[in-house]
Design a protein around this ligand. Structure first.
Ligand SMILES: *[C@@H]1O[C@H](CO)[C@@H](O)[C@H](O)[C@H]1NC(C)=O
Ligand SMILES: *[C@@H]1O[C@H](CO)[C@@H](O)[C@H](O)[C@H]1NC(C)=O
Ligand SMILES: *[C@@H]1O[C@H](CO)[C@@H](O)[C@H](O)[C@H]1NC(C)=O
Ligand SMILES: *[C@@H]1O[C@H](CO)[C@@H](O)[C@H](O)[C@H]1NC(C)=O
Ligand SMILES: *[C@@H]1O[C@H](CO)[C@@H](O)[C@H](O)[C@H]1NC(C)=O
Length: 423
C-alpha cells in the first residue's frame, strides 16, 4: 500500500481515504486546502492548450486579463495585436487566478464556461480545462443545469468551473511562494517536476502530503514556485500581490508592471509599458518616479533611496519613498527575460508522450490497487471528445468540494492543513 506510512511524514496531520461506490478509474489524487476566511490569494494553474487558441480565448476560459496571462509567462506584450496571437496546441502556460475560499475549501471562484456545439462534460473537463476539473465537479458546481455525461450539453449553457488552487499562506519554507496546480502527465516523475520548477522532491512530498514518490497521470499537485511578495496595505485593491520568480504582473489598472528576479526576491515595480492614462507615478516630495533608485556612497555604507510602488488605493497609484543604508550599493536592476509570443511548443517541454489522444496515453496501471474496486470501469472513448484530444484519466479527480469528497467517488484526498474540517 503506497500510502500506509503517511503518519510518519512531518507536517502531515491527517490523511483521508475516501472510498466511494461507483466512480471509474478511481486513482487520481489532489491536494486540497481547507480554509475558513473569505480572503483570496494569488495562485496559478498549469494549463496545456488542447488546440490552437488565441491569447484572448485562453484568457477568457480562466476569466483572466490577457495581459496578465502573457506577463505571467514572460511573454512580451509589446507585439502588435498580441491578444489575438494564436498560441499553439500543447503549449504549457501558467495561468494566474485568484484563489478563494468556497465552502471551506480553497478553489477558484468566478470562472465560467459557455458551452459550444458537441460539448460534453468529459470534453470540457479533460480537453478544454486540461484535466484541472473533473466532469463530476462540473456537475456538482452546476446543480441546476441537470447535466449528465456523455450527453451533449445544449449550446450556450453557462457552467461554473471550480478549479483547484492552494494558498498555504503564500509561503514555502518561510520564503515567499506561489502555488501552481499542476495536472500530472504520463511522462512526469516527481524528481522531474521538482527539477523543472526549482524545488525538491522532499518539498513536493511535504506540500502535497505524499506518502510515496508515486504520482499518476491526472493527479493534481500543488507546486511551490519561489516568488516575490508585496507588502501593500490591506486596503489596497492589489493587496497580497505575489509574483513568481522569472515573471511579471500588471496591476493598478494596467498602469504598473511588477517583476520578480532573477537574483533578487524584491518585487520591483515600474510604470507599465502600455500605461495610457494613469495617475501620477512620482513619489511625493521627490523627483523620483516609480522604480527609480538613487544611491549615495558614504563612510557608513550605501544610502539607497528608491521610489517604491505600494499598492492601488482608491483608484490611484500609491508610491512611497524608501531610504535604506546598505553595506553595498545595488547593481542595476535585472529583469526576467521576455520571450516572443510562442508559435511552436518549446522543445524542453511538456508535450506528453504518448499523446493523450492515443490509447497508449491512458494510464494502464492502477497504483492504488489495494483500494477495493467496485463497479464497472466506465472509461470513455477518446473519439467522443472534440478533435479526439480527451485525456483519459482526467475525469477521475474530484476534491474541490468538501461534499464531493464524500460518498460519491473512489478518490484519495490529501489534506495538508486540517484545522477544522467538520466531518
Ligand atoms: C529565480 O530564477 C532564476 C532563473 O531564472 C534562478 O537563477 C534564481 O535562483 C531564482 N531565484 C530564486 C530565489 O528562486
Ligand atoms: C525613473 O523612472 C522612469 C520611469 O521608469 C524612467 O523613465 C527614468 O529614466 C528613471 N530616471 C532615473 C534617473 O532613473
Ligand atoms: C539617504 O538619502 C536621503 C535622500 O538623499 C536622505 O534624506 C537621508 O537622510 C539619507 N540617509 C542617510 C542615513 O544618510
Ligand atoms: C524599495 O525598493 C528597493 C529596490 O527594489 C528595495 O530594496 C527596498 O527594500 C524597497 N523598500 C520597501 C519598503 O519595500
Ligand atoms: C478611500 O476612499 C474612502 C472614501 O471614498 C475613504 O473613506 C478612505 O479613507 C480612502 N482610503 C484611503 C487609504 O485613502
Amino acid at each position: 500500500m503506497p500510502f500506509q506510512d503517511l503518519n510518519t511524514i512531518p507536517g502531515l496531520l491527517i490523511f483521508l481515504v475516501l472510498v466511494g461506490a461507483f466512480f471509474p478509474r478511481a486513482t487520481s489524487k489532489s491536494t486540497i486546502e481547507p480554509c475558513s476566511n473569505s480572503g483570496t490569494c494569488s495562485s496559478l494553474v498549469g494549463y496545456t492548450l488542447y488546440t490552437d487558441l488565441k491569447v484572448s480565448e485562453v484568457a477568457s476560459l480562466f476569466a483572466v486579463d490577457p495581459i496578465s496571462l502573457l506577463l505571467a509567462n514572460s511573454i512580451d506584450i509589446s507585439y502588435p495585436d498580441v491578444e489575438n496571437h494564436i498560441l499553439p496546441s500543447q503549449l504549457f502556460l501558467k495561468v494566474p487566478i485568484p484563489c478563494s475560499c468556497i465552502d471551506g475549501i480553497r478553489k477558484s471562484g468566478g470562472i465560467s464556461y459557455k458551452t459550444r456545439p458537441s460539448d460534453t462534460l468529459t470534453a470540457i473537463s479533460a480537453a478544454v480545462y486540461g484535466g484541472l476539473v473533473s466532469a463530476d465537479q462540473i456537475k456538482e458546481a452546476n446543480p441546476d443545469a441537470s447535466l449528465s455525461d456523455p450527453s451533449v450539453i445544449s449550446v450556450g449553457t453557462k457552467l461554473n468551473i471550480p478549479l483547484p488552487c492552494t494558498c498555504f499562506d503564500n509561503s514555502d519554507n518561510n520564503l515567499p511562494a506561489i502555488y501552481m496546480s499542476y495536472v500530472v502527465k504520463g511522462v512526469d516523475s516527481l524528481a522531474g517536476i521538482a527539477g523543472r520548477y526549482s524545488t525538491t522532491v522532499n518539498d513536493l512530498m511535504n506540500v502535497n502530503a505524499l506518502g510515496s514518490m508515486e504520482i499518476v497521470e491526472g493527479d493534481i499537485l500543488a507546486i511551490p514556485l519561489s516568488a516575490c511578495a508585496s507588502s501593500f496595505p490591506k486596503y489596497a485593491s492589489d493587496y497580497g500581490l505575489v509574483v513568481p520568480n522569472g515573471s511579471y504582473a500588471i496591476t493598478s489598472s494596467h498602469c504598473v508592471q511588477c517583476s520578480c528576479g532573477p537574483g533578487s526576491r524584491n518585487l520591483y515595480c515600474t510604470p507599465a509599458s502600455l500605461a495610457v492614462s494613469c495617475s501620477s507615478m512620482q513619489c511625493r516630495n521627490s523627483n523620483l518616479m516609480l522604480g527609480n533608485v538613487t544611491t549615495q556612497q558614504s563612510s557608513a555604507g550605501c544610502n539607497v533611496t528608491s521610489c517604491n510602488y505600494s499598492g492601488y488605493v482608491n483608484g490611484s497609484i500609491s508610491a512611497m519613498l524608501s531610504s535604506t543604508l546598505q553595506p553595498r550599493c545595488p547593481g542595476t536592476q535585472q529583469f526576467p527575460t521576455l520571450i516572443a509570443p510562442p508559435t511552436v511548443v518549446p522543445d524542453l517541454s511538456f508535450t506528453p508522450a504518448p499523446s493523450p489522444s492515443e490509447p497508449g496515453g491512458f494510464p494502464s496501471t492502477n497504483p492504488s490497487s489495494t483500494v477495493p474496486s467496485s463497479g464497472a470501469v466506465l472509461g470513455f472513448s477518446p473519439a467522443n471528445g472534440p478533435s479526439g484530444s480527451v485525456s483519459g484519466s482526467s475525469s477521475s479527480f474530484s476534491l474541490m468540494n468538501r461534499l464531493s469528497c464524500f460518498p460519491s467517488m473512489l478518490v484519495f484526498c490529501f489534506v495538508k492543513l486540517v484545522l477544522s474540517i467538520p466531518l
